[in-house]
Design a protein around this ligand. Structure first.
Ligand code: ATR
Length: 278
């Protein structure tokens, strides 16, 4: 039986077992996917003996993504761009690493709004953490000419821009509304709005109606940002789709079947999120 898992510290909050468990059952695969609480000081030994312990690979969540990246023998382009890995597998004895957040975000954006880049306008990214890096990389790979980054801590945005080059422009956090108004896409990658806490304070009434508003926060599914954007009649992209799609490449690597993100899978996750929010 093939075994995979997700490692983190803490790990209880992870919804990955729901996703992979659903697919294992749906495709009738004799495999398992567990949560493994791994302390920071134990990551190296855990990953060093991954295969020995019977795992074909794993997902990696906070705070181990950078360590996993550093320990991997082979890394895909997105992992290199982000300097962090969320998906690991063993290939010919080698530890291979990918960052599937770029794939998850871009796949769901394209599926939700196929003409998102018709406007030929800049895109706007709020935040400068690991998720922001994965998304900035996705936009640059997609050929976007200008990616505007806004972060509370400006230095972090400057560092991101240095890493990604001149197509990334840094703006002050306080200008996030003003300089996103004419953007093709605006994405929130910060934790603001998570569990209903905080407000990004964006007034969409001055925004072009063609702007697509994305939030990577998915608890609640309808974040304050999404609700405000819908109020203006803008097209929106929620954060749950990215979570579901980023899981696809890992499952395929480990279990040999490319899984589909279906309404049945959505229902399972939506029910879980609803239970968490009431
Ligand atoms: P991840 O790797 O998941 O992207 P992270 O590295 O912790 O997570 O990044 C969280 C992001 O949310 C950062 O951009 C952070 O801004 P700072 O770099 O200034 O810390 C942003 N963030 C979190 N809380 C915030 C708040 N109250 N106001 C503005 N930005 C916030």
């Amino acid at each position: 039986m093939k075994r995979a898992c997700v490692i983190g510290w803490p790990i209880e909050h992870s919804r990955s077992p729901l996703i992979h468990g659903y697919w294992l059952k749906h495709y009738g695969i004799a495999g398992s996917y567990s949560k493994e609480a791994v302390r920071p000081e134990d990551v190296r030994s855990f990953l060093g003996s991954l295969q020995e312990n019977g795992f074909v690979g794993c997902n990696v969540t906070v705070p181990h993504k950078e360590t996993a990246f550093a320990l991997a023998d082979e890394k895909d382009a997105s992992a290199v761009a982000v300097s962090a890995a969320n998906t690991l597998w063993i290939d010919d004895g080698k530890l291979c690493a990918a960052n599937t957040d770029t794939y998850g975000f871009m796949t769901y954006l394209r599926a939700s709004v196929p003409d998102w880049d018709n406007a030929d306008a800049p895109v706007s990214v709020l935040g400068a953490g690991g998720a922001a890096r994965a998304i900035v990389y996705g936009f640059l790979e997609a050929g976007v000419e200008e990616v505007r980054v806004f972060n509370r801590t400006r230095d972090r945005a400057e560092a991101l821009a240095r890493d990604f080059g001149p197509r990334v422009k840094v703006y002050d956090w306080d200008e996030r509304g003003l300089h996103s108004r004419k953007c093709a896409v605006m994405v929130n990658t910060t934790t603001i709005g998570m569990n209903g806490v905080g407000s990004l304070g964006i007034d969409f009434h001055t925004f072009d109606t063609s702007c697509v508003v994305c939030d990577i926060v998915y608890v609640p599914l309808q974040t304050e940002l999404i609700v405000r954007a819908l109020g203006r009649g803008l097209r929106v992209v929620d954060g749950l789709g990215m979570l579901l799609h980023q899981a696809v490449p890992g499952f395929e690597k480990w279990f040999g079947v490319r899984p589909e993100v279906t309404p049945g899978l959505w229902d399972v996750l939506l029910a879980d999120i609803e239970a968490a929010t009431c």
